[in-house]
Design a protein around this ligand. Structure first.
Ligand SMILES: *Cc1c(COP(=O)(O)O)cnc(C)c1O
Length: 434
């Protein structure tokens, strides 16, 4: 299988090139040329398969022979080496907890998979790959952890001084090994601008082999389909097809769920739940795509005005709006509603949700009456501890600090100070020479 650019003006490439490039030369997102469909017997037999075998079966067509089968199975086994529990919160309503990985956010799976693929692709080359990424919080931690110790890959993370939480900064700055953090005197947008400048800098070309670990990379996007498959597996063979409600920002996660649906996975409906950044809910109502500027909310990992992956969703449905709207509904919720949902979940069912999971729950509730027979699954994308002040204040409780977070609390933060782009450039050239 190959990948084509959604801007339609770049050559088709294989998986390895799509991963190394991240984005096509015409700035389009890569999209697979085929989507393999699995028969009902496959989906009915999920429970009989080991997780790594199941993952291998589904992922192999997308990877082709760019990674040998045995290696791909190892990569998937390592990527998925933690739990993805499906917790019944109330009768017929389930939380799919995607936060049991090393950084306690769902981006761990995509980051770990991409890191290992990139490690494999650069193993045959004598030049190291440097992953350069700007973060406003969670992405950096997941990328840093995902790439930790991967041979042939250096990771350089730019983050804005004073604008990430203490836990997030520790997750970026205490790992050591092949992970280096640059603390930028500026905003997240400044960090992003420096990354963009570096990618276009002719002085770095040839000296440093740069790549990005952006969420539009196919190696981060596609493996997320496994969450949905694992949920269907956990429901068991007799269960009715579920409804999935997905708290969405850049729409990569839900797009992966829709990909699983196109592969034949049983499901009744998808609900995209957003915060006040409601470009997609408005689109689904009016058929007009009209992004407004982003506004800050308490579910800040979803503060995205113009979701990059929505073009992939449109492509999946051949840009046929009636077919898309038969499968996908979208709804936006305010911070007040989100806090109310967190309280309901806690007071009525003893379930502690983070603000993102609570938005997903609201999305599910909004459509419960339309699909009364279907098991309802909302995705819980971050551990509540990652949004500690908000969760503790809203629910009036103290959260225990899980071991993954405890291990970074005692360690010393290490970072290099950056004031302007020249500092980043010097750093990259220096580390390439050393
Ligand atoms: C990134 C993120 C999201 C949004 O996921 P998308 O794939 O960008 O839609 C939701 N919740 C949390 C906690 C996140 O970190």
């Amino acid at each position: 299988m190959e990948y084509y650019s959604l801007n339609g003006n770049a050559p088709r490439v294989r998986f390895d090139q799509a991963v190394l490039r991240g984005i096509a030369p015409d700035k389009g997102l890569y999209f697979p040329t085929e989507i393999p469909v699995r028969e009902p017997a496959f989906w009915n037999g999920l429970g009989a398969m080991e997780v790594p075998d199941l993952a291998l079966d589904l992922m192999q067509p997308f990877v082709g022979d760019t990674v040998p089968k045995g290696r791909l199975r190892d990569i998937l086994e390592e990527t998925l080496a933690f739990e993805f529990p499906l917790v019944e919160v109330s009768p017929g309503v389930f939380a799919l907890e995607l936060y049991h990985g090393p950084t306690m956010a769902f981006k761990d799976v995509g980051s770990r998979f991409m890191a290992r693929c990139l490690g494999h692709f650069s193993a045959g080359s004598d030049q190291q790959v440097t992953v350069l990424v700007a973060t406003s919080g969670d992405t950096g931690g997941a990328v840093a952890h995902g790439f930790l110790g991967v041979e042939g890959v250096q990771v350089v993370i730019l983050y804005p001084e004073g604008k990430v939480s203490d836990i997030q900064e520790r997750q970026l700055t205490t790992l050591g090994k092949n992970i280096r953090a640059l603390r930028v005197r500026g905003t997240f947008d400044d960090c992003q601008a420096m990354v963009k400048t570096a990618f276009l800098d002719p002085d770095l070309e040839g000296a440093v082999r740069l790549t990005s670990a952006n969420s539009i990379n196919v190696a981060r996007w596609i493996p997320q389909m496994l969450y949905y498959v694992l949920a269907v597996r956990a429901l068991g063979p007799g269960a009715a097809a579920p409804v999935f409600a997905v708290p969405s920002g850049n729409f990569g996660n839900i797009c992966a769920g829709l990909l699983a649906r196109h592969m034949g996975m049983p499901c009744a409906h998808f609900i995209a739940a957003t915060n006040a950044n409601d470009t997609v809910p408005r689109y689904m109502q009016t058929g007009r795509y009209d992004p407004h500027p982003a506004v800050p909310t308490i579910s800040n990992a979803m503060d995205v005005a113009d979701p990059s992956n929505f073009v992939r969703i449109r492509e999946l449905f051949g840009d046929r709006f009636p077919e898309l709207s038969a499968t996908l509904s979208a709804r936006a919720f305010t911070d007040t509603q989100t806090r109310e949902a967190m309280k309901t979940l806690y007071d009525s069912y003893g379930y502690v949700a983070d603000p993102h999971g609570a938005v997903g729950y609201l999305g599910l509730q909004a459509f419960r009456d339309t699909y009364p027979e279907a098991p309802g699954i909302f995705l819980e994308t971050a551990h509540p501890i990652k949004f500690r002040p908000e969760v503790e204040n809203t629910l009036g409780l103290r959260l225990d600090i899980p071991p993954q977070i405890q291990t970074v609390m005692g360690k010393e933060k290490q970072w290099f100070p950056v004031a302007h782009y020249e500092d980043v450039k010097a750093f990259l050239l220096d580390s390439a020479a050393g």
